[in-house]
Design a protein around this ligand. Sequence first.
Ligand SMILES: [Zn+2]
Length: 227
Amino acid sequence: MNYERVIVFGAHPDDEIRMAPAMARMAAEGVQVTAVIFTDGSEGYPLPEMKETIVETRARETEACRKVLGIHRYVNLGAPDMGLENTKSMLQKVIRVVREVRPQAIFTHGEKDRHRDHLATHTLTLEAWWHAGEPVAAELGPSWRTPHLYYYKNTALEGPVVEYDVTAYAHKLPEALATQVSQHTLFRRTREDFLAEAERIKANPPRKVHRFILHAWTVLKDFPATS
Ligand SMILES: [Zn+2]
C-alpha cells in the first residue's frame, strides 16, 4: 500500500468507512487518500422530521470522519440517494475525478450486492477506471491509467488477495462510525457505544487485517515477487 495517491469510492456517505483502519494507516504513512462518494445520502433519515436537513447533516458528519481518519479530502458527486444511475454525465464526473487525482490504486464496491446504488458504483468505477486511461474525452483532463483496482466490499470474485495489517488502526473503525450520528438508529448503536469500543480496542488491540481483492485487469508486474 505504499502508493502516493489512492481513491476510495463509496456509494453513500459511510460506505467507505468499511476501509477506515486502512485509510487511517495509509494517511499516517503519507499516502494522499481521496474518498469519492457518489450520492448525497438524502434517503438516510430514520425520522420524517430529519428529511429536510439530512444532506447537510451527513456532509458535516463526513467532515468529522475525515478528521478522525486524517485523510486528504472527501469529494461528493451529488447523485440522488437510491437514484444513482450509470449515465453519461455521471461517468464523465468519475473520469474527471480519476484524471484529476491520478491515483496509483482505486478501491471500490464489488458486484455482489442488493442495493442499486452499490451496483451502479461498481459498474461506474470499473468503466471510468478504463475510460480515464484512454486518449478520449480530452476535456475531462489528461488520460490516466490507474495500475491497481481493488474491491474492498461485497464481491464473490476470486482475484488475487492483498492483505494489509491494520492492527494499530483498528480503533479507527468505531471512531469513524461514532461520527455518523444520523445513522446510529440504522446501526443500532450509540456514539457512546462506538467510543467505548474504540477504547477497548486501543487498550487491547486484536490483530486486524484487511483483505482486498484485486481486479483481474490490474497490472501485476508492479508488485514485488512473493517468494
Ligand atoms: Zn451504501
